[in-house]
Design a protein. Structure first.
Length: 419
């Protein structure tokens, strides 16, 4: 709250000039390059930003060039380690957790984007964001001040306990408008940074367009969380949020069946150890050997490797001529075998022949008692109600009928179906 109060004092226009602020846009403290007449809109839907998590441990910060010039160490995914302060944060503000690891197992082939309407639109998007001038460090600080003041003013306007009134409310409205304009300009000037980071994640399950969309969400979050007072470049801080958003999207969306993030990290550990042992020993290591390196059980490693497998389509062609689908070669465990179907038909024929020798009431009692018609056996009470007699009378009829069936000529044939 102290930081926001400081910014409100420095960024708010004097009361005498509040009306003038509505008539003309506020000029930045430093001269900025001429902006295009029609800046492109931010290409991202109105969606919730990535979930925040505790900050990671990081290296000391190092300056970056304006967009994507990496001066830091690279992580497992080819991304940057933007560095941080004494607490591992790039600028002391809230920082996303270390981006969730992307599965190292081979991803399924992506949709081709080299041709078609989608590729044309993406090239047009690249041309439009390329026309937006980059910002100097002083311009980034000035815009960040306005963004922070706008967010603070928006928070004060939404206070249900003591809502501002009169001239104060009008001035806060002006701060909100100026903050949103500054936020838009800061986002548009860093869209190329998102594309630069997205290129490192291509081929892992999401298309380039999807990666850029997710990265733009992370960029928006970075603009809202950036603390200019720390003195670091905005691109250093924003890279963390962009990478976190893309990595989270890969963990959540790249697979047909979603795997939790902590399981994805365990899959990566198992796959890395498996590859290292393969290089050292020259053969595919057994699950127990991998488990010994990770402190897990062999059953757990086998389960993790099973989860790492991608689903296969039943319509996938197989064979040299590819005229047979995989589903044609898989047995349906629920379908009865031809032998079972033939045996059931013969059993039904023999039962009908035996029951035809009984009287009408005896045959009906047996059919209801054992569910021969609809598969639902009835109780003696239910059958007695249907015939209008007592349950004891139905029991006597059942006992007499079963005695007849035991002495029937087809009795031996029916006993054969029980073996």
């Amino acid at each position: 709250m102290q930081t926001r109060t400081r910014t409100l004092t420095s960024a708010a226009p004097p009361p005498a000039t509040a009306a003038a602020a509505t008539a003309a846009p506020v000029q930045p403290a430093q001269p900025s390059p001429v902006r295009p007449t029609a800046p492109p809109p931010v290409p991202t839907p109105a969606a919730a930003p990535p979930v925040e998590a505790p900050p990671p441990e990081a290296q000391p910060p190092a300056d970056r060039d304006e967009h994507g010039g990496a001066e830091h160490g690279r992580d497992d995914h080819g991304g940057e380690d933007p560095g941080g302060d004494e607490h591992g944060r790039p600028d002391g503000r809230e920082t996303p957790a270390v981006a969730p690891e992307v599965p190292e197992v081979p991803a399924r082939p992506e949709r081709q984007e080299s041709t078609g309407a989608a590729a044309d639109l993406f090239r047009q998007y690249l041309r439009e964001i390329g026309r937006v001038p980059l910002l100097s460090a002083a311009e980034e600080v000035d815009l960040a001040r306005r963004v922070e003041a706008g967010l603070f003013a928006e928070e004060k306007l939404g206070d249900p306990v003591t809502p501002p009134e009169g001239r104060l409310a009008h001035e806060l409205d002006q701060l909100v408008v100026m903050g949103r304009m500054a936020k838009r300009r800061l986002i548009e000037s860093n869209l190329r940074l998102v594309v630069s980071v997205a290129k490192r994640y291509v081929g892992r399950g999401l298309t380039m367009l999807d990666l850029v969309q997710e990265g733009n969400l992370g960029l928006i979050r970075a603009v809202e969380k950036f603390d200019y007072a720390r003195g670091y470049k905005f691109s250093t801080y924003a890279t963390w949020w962009i990478r976190q958003a893309m990595s989270r999207a890969l963990a959540d969306q790249a697979r047909t069946i979603r795997v939790p993030v902590h399981v994805v990290e365990l899959i990566n550990r198992v796959v890395r150890v498996q590859r290292r042992l393969l290089q050292e020993r020259g053969y595919e290591p057994a699950p127990d050997e991998v488990a010994a390196q990770l402190g897990l059980t062999g059953e757990r490693v086998s389960e993790v490797l099973r989860l790492a497998q991608e689903p296969v389509s039943l319509h996938a062609p197989v064979g040299e001529e590819e005229d047979v689908n995989l589903g044609d070669l898989i047995e349906d465990g629920d379908a009865p075998s031809p032998v079972e179907s033939a045996s059931f038909l013969l059993l039904r024929e023999h039962l009908e022949a035996v029951l035809s020798t009984l009287g009408e009431r005896e045959r009906k009692v047996v059919q209801l008692r054992y569910g021969l018609d609809d598969g639902r056996p009835r109780t003696l009470e239910e059958i007695g109600t249907l015939f209008g007699v007592t349950r004891e009378r139905i029991r006597q009829i059942e006992s007499k009928t079963l005695a007849k069936l035991r002495d029937h000529t087809f009795a031996d044939q029916l006993r054969g179906y029980l073996d």
